[in-house]
Design a protein around this ligand. Structure first.
Ligand code: SF4
Length: 738
């Protein structure tokens, strides 16, 4: 077992004169199954192909691209685990200074729009060699798409990259099929039938049935989307095109999709059929080194490995249907899972690896507790179009059962070298609450939470949640209550930490104020807040650009002005001194001046001069000082706001009065829990996680979701979810002991 060649010397050691395939990656070379480049190259190697990797080549000249020579069959290109623009810029379009997927965590090791830059370079250097693009950047930009950074609709990435073929989704099956055909000397221009692929062709080059569909403006199995030119000029056309794309991403029921770009046609074949358990087991049994290439050691290593080195991907796919997540376009809604034996085998390998201290950091997928398909119907007939499995109400066909996942977790934690198995992938609490059997919830709290359970209500105002495709507030509150009830029974002091998004489509200033009131009521103070980030390929991004909710084609309010976004964000952190003036301004604009004052429900104190009827504007410093009180000391009221002294400020449906008073009395967490947390600290953003595009940034860049990236690209920098000052939720254990 060893890393794949990255130099001629490596090729010579293997006795290779020429590669069959060259893989160019925007991420550093990490041979771990959380990285798309690792999976695809190992899959090709297992099929007998000679594969080499050039990671993060210098795109300003040609030398790096030539260092392994011209490959025999083709060049494969990916930007890395996340879209290069998301990797480089925050939601407010500021440059990030760090990159977890690069040596030493330093940024700028890849160009903006990496797939386009790399592919053009390769076309220039190896003129007639087939170029195949894949990964999250190619996958989510395969149609004409709104680009947040250019603030316009861009053409399919196939047009700008000049690549011959685009592989979307996870890619193992199509890339193997393509490689075998290229080996048989089939010209790449003839590869027009492979599932999970998209290509460009002139009218004359189209297969006959697609020509007929273009002429007839669609047939039973082929849908013709509004053209690039139409969707660029007309937002309603863009929304209609997106709706068709969104509904046709099922391997069984999805149609071939065609979108004209000038005098050429973009054709997306239906997705690859879901992989069987045996197929997925085979992928995860390949001989990964499970770490980064040694060349990075002296450069500080690759930080992203920390998040995944002791984590296990148990399945792919998600039927949660969150609007801000692009997983539907990448892995699809049908769950594909590994066998328990395969996962346990990987866990055993982890226990033998250097640095393993007894803690498995995660066993999950895009959504941890979706280990099985949503229903039997989707296996035979495909997923429903125009209907989500959990939203707006759970489908009557939904199978609710955590028993197999629980069985797996029990087996993992019974392994001799394993002290704890944590679940850090997202839990869908609405699905959890549907389970009449409490065994999973109880054991989740008892064995798999490391003091804090991070969940993603994202908001608490139902009209915003409706746009997000998330369950109603009432369900979240019932879940939180049950979580604390179970922990009290278990004598455990653990907290729920919610992820929240500000300025999502549908969230007006009043909704942001309501969310701030909720935070006040529950004594919760997020340390970091995620601004909505319009990443490619999500329903929410379509709302952001078009102002339409494509599910019903009704208009939706979208906060777009930087000032309003700043106010919404500030409201979520209303206690922060630097947000004081923005919060005052927001409350006035929302006609909620009742929340400025000294009462227990007020979010902020008034400006001193204003409160005293003095219209003179004070300097910011003076006013800031005033927030601290006349003496410069924190006032009782402010302490109340911070939840440190006055339990009145912490009322909430999830907090009982007797528990609230325990806030100031709770003792330290158990040392054991603290140790466990320390063991599992990692980069804030993770690779395998809620799949890139819940836009949870690199966490969600959880390549658990993908080969080519994650599906939830939450913003890495602007937020990554609350680091948390958590609900200071005490438990009865503390009280009983006292
Ligand atoms: S029948 Fe229900 S559970 Fe099954 S795919 Fe359709 S919406 Fe989802």
């Amino acid at each position: 077992m060893s890393f794949l060649p990255i130099s001629y010397e490596d090729m010579n050691e293997r006795g290779w004169e020429q590669l069959d395939f060259l893989y160019i990656s925007g991420d550093a070379y990490v041979d771990h199954p959380s990285f798309g480049h690792a999976i695809i190259t190992r899959v090709l190697e297992s099929e007998g192909f000679k594969v080499g990797i050039i990671a993060q080549p210098n795109w300003k000249n040609s030398q790096d691209f030539k260092k392994l020579g011209r490959p025999k069959y083709g060049v494969l290109i990916s930007s890395g685990v996340i879209d290069s623009m998301v990797n480089h810029y925050t939601a407010s379009k500021k440059k990030r200074s760090t990159d977890l997927y690069s040596p030493g965590g330093k940024s700028r090791h890849r160009p903006d729009r990496a797939v386009i830059v790399y592919a053009n370079k390769i076309k220039e250097i190896f003129k007639d060699t087939p170029v195949i693009i894949g990964g999250i950047e190619a996958s989510l930009r395969r149609f004409a798409h709104y680009d947040y950074w250019d603030d316009k609709v861009r053409r399919s990435i196939l047009v700008d990259s000049k690549a011959d073929l685009l592989v979307y989704g996870m890619g193992e099956i199509p890339i193997t099929e393509i490689a075998k055909l290229l080996k048989k000397d089939v010209p790449i221009a003839s590869l027009k039938n492979t599932r999970g692929c998209a290509y460009l062709a002139s009218y004359d080059e189209l297969p006959i049935e697609i020509k007929e569909a273009v002429d007839a403006k669609g047939t039973k199995n082929i849908a013709i989307l509004p053209s690039f030119e139409e969707v660029s000029e007309n937002k309603k056309s863009y929304a209609e095109a997106f709706k068709i794309q969104y509904n046709e991403q099922d391997a069984i029921s999805g149609k071939i999709l065609v979108q004209q770009h000038g005098d050429r046609f973009l054709v997306q074949n239906p997705p690859t059929l879901p992989m069987s358990v045996a197929e997925l087991d085979k992928v995860y049994a390949l001989p990964y080194e499970r770490t980064y290439h040694p060349v990075y050691e002296k450069l500080g290593g690759i930080p992203a490995i920390t998040e995944v080195e002791f984590s296990i991907t148990s399945h792919r796919g998600c039927y949660g249907g969150c609007s801000f997540c692009a997983l539907n376009f990448h892995q699809g809604r049908v769950i594909q899972k590994r066998s328990q034996a395969s996962i346990i085998n990987e866990a055993k390998k982890l226990t033998w690896s250097e640095g393993f201290k007894g803690y498995i950091h995660d066993v999950g997928g895009p959504t941890a507790n979706f280990r099985n398909v949503a229903c039997e119907k989707q296996v035979k007939s495909g997923v429903c179009k125009d209907r989500q499995c959990l939203y707006p109400e759970p489908c009557k066909n939904l199978i609710v059962d955590h028993s197999e996942y629980l069985d797996l977790l029990r087996k993992l934690r019974a392994l001799p070298e394993v002290k704890k198995v944590f679940i850090r992938s997202g839990i869908r609490y609405d699905y959890l609450m549907l389970d009449k059997n409490n065994d999973f919830f109880t054991e989740l709290c008892e064995h798999h939470v490391s003091g804090q359970l991070k969940v993603a209500p994202e908001h608490v105002v139902d009209r915003v949640l409706e746009k997000m495709g998330k369950p109603k507030r009432q369900i979240y509150e019932r879940f939180v209550k049950k979580f604390y009830d179970i922990n009290i029974k278990l004598n455990k002091e653990q907290y729920v930490v919610p992820y929240l998004i500000s300025s999502h489509p549908g969230s007006d200033l009043n909704a942001a104020v309501e969310l701030a009131e909720y935070l006040k009521e529950h004594g919760y103070m997020p340390e970091q807040v995620q601004d909505f980030y319009p990443t490619p390929g999500t329903l929410s991004t379509c709302m952001f650009y078009t102002d339409y909710d494509v599910r019903n084609m009704k208009k939706v309010y979208v906060p777009k002005l930087p000032k309003e976004k700043a106010m919404q964000r500030a409201l979520l952190q209303y206690r922060k001194k630097e947000n004081y003036f923005l919060v005052i301004e927001a409350l006035k604009e929302a006609n909620r001046e009742d929340l400025i004052g000294f009462g227990p429900n007020c979010l902020v104190k008034p400006q001193r001069g204003k409160w005293q009827g003095n219209a003179d504007t004070k300097s910011q410093n003076a006013q800031t000082k005033d927030v601290r009180g006349k003496t410069g000391q924190r006032s009782q009221n402010e302490r109340d706001q911070n939840g440190s002294k006055n339990p009145k400020g912490q009322r909430g449906t999830s907090l009982r009065k007797d528990e609230r008073t325990q806030n100031e009395q709770r003792g330290p967490k158990s040392r054991k829990d603290e140790r466990a947390q320390n063991e599992q600290r990692g980069p804030k953003s993770r690779i395998g996680g809620t799949a890139q595009n819940d836009s949870r940034g690199p966490k969600d860049l959880n390549s658990k979701s993908g080969q080519m990236g994650t599906s939830r690209q939450r913003d890495q920098g602007d937020k990554t979810g609350p680091k948390a000052s958590v609900n200071k939720k005490p438990n009865n254990l503390t009280r009983k002991k006292r």
